[in-house]
Design a protein around this ligand. Sequence first.
Ligand SMILES: Nc1ncnc2c1ncn2[C@@H]1O[C@H](COP(=O)(O)OP(=O)(O)OP(=O)(O)O)[C@@H](O)[C@H]1O
Ligand SMILES: [Mg+2]
Length: 470
Amino acid sequence: MKQDDKLAASAESVAKAWGGYSVLVVDDEPGMVNFIRRALEVRCGSVQTAGSVEEAEPLVAQQRFDLIVLDISLPGQSGVSWLKVLRERGVNSEVILMTAFADVETAIDALRAGASDFLLKPFSLAQLINSAKRAFERARLEAENWVLRREVASHASRSNVSADGLIGHSAAIMELRALVQRFAPMPSTVLIQGESGTGKEVVARALHQLSPRANASFVPVNCAAIAQELIESELFGHIKGAYTGAASSRDGLFYYARGGTLFLDEIAELPLPIQAKLLRVLEERRIRPLGSEQEIKVDVRVIAASNKPLAQEVEAGRFRADLYYRLQVLELALPPLRERTEDLPELAAHFMALLSPALGVEPVEVEPAVVAAMAAYDWPGNVRELKNLIERSLILGYVPRDLPCTRAVALPVAANLASSTEASDESLNEVETRHIRSVLAACGGNKSEAARRLGISRKTLERKCLAWGE
Ligand SMILES: Nc1ncnc2c1ncn2[C@@H]1O[C@H](COP(=O)(O)OP(=O)(O)OP(=O)(O)O)[C@@H](O)[C@H]1O
Ligand SMILES: [Mg+2]
């Protein structure tokens, strides 16, 4: 009894550190099978058992196991020879082989066959648990590496990972923030729409971070960046030989996102046949790897984004209406930057603070005249365009005056150089004054806060106020 308690306690403590892994134990000794099952069951959740290769075959055909604990001497086919067959088929589960009669040759043979570890019988509970722990760790790292490699490869220029959280206090952003908080804890699908650079990915990451899934993976997929013929296999996985060139089986992104969030970016680019498959997956929460007969249950929250209005895509017959309705259970529309220009100073200051240490340069001052010019500009590239402007300004050490968004600022300079044209000078000053006053008002007259939002020093702001006699 005491031994049992100890076993359960130790299994439980390991369990806390492990995710929901699936295990298959194959051994013809019921005592051994029970011992392993009890040791691993608590957290692994699903531990299945078989007494022979014959019994194990249908189980492996039915589902993918993260770990197979396999005895070498079994009635009928031996563990080593079955493992070779499994590897041939492209089954990539972690495998721990067990034997009572180990010699060097058996061990080498086992490793060659594709085992990742080896346990000599009789082994202790601690040995078993350590070995399983290492196997899960390898599986996790392998999955993580793959996801990271994809992310790095497909998005080499993803400087946006460093920016987290939504910046801005305009009414539109406040409303968006409230919706994000309300939607985040729900398991429902979210559709994020908005022009390019409005922060769709920022919002998707925020939804994940604020959800109960925050500790599991956030897996972004840019549907426009994957070759059309590979999309199905990337999303749902494939088994060996599913198509020419599929040399081994591979899990899909849905599988890697288990327990977490899959972010389907630029969803409008999904080919129609894949749209049909995605709809089925969303409805049944099961995926079927390419070429496989078996379906795998997956628990994944899907967030989709599009910069093309999906309703229009549906009308044009390029997007399935049923999938559209399935995706927009919860919908978020991101406002373009030109509709929330009051956020410009805060955004500019944010990017300044974010980028200047990374670039190793001092922040530059954004004169109110520049801010006014920015407010009048229509920002087709939205926040991304602003971020790029700030990055360029930091590198130059000043805000360039000849860009579409800052061009108006060039006017007074040119005017000063030539004969002074008071009218244009004045109107610009008026724009500047109005803008500063509105920011001041938004900050309840708090000059430090207003200066921060305007991206100027408090001194400069005070000078301006004095000039108006305030
Ligand atoms: N509200 C915001 N607060 C902070 N940073 C933001 C905000 N909105 C956007 N950004 C930044 O702007 C850049 C573009 O954002 P993001 O990549 O999320 O846009 P997107 O809508 O996904 O664009 P696209 O449609 O081109 O993929 C990123 O660097 C992001 O960090
Ligand atoms: Mg994006």
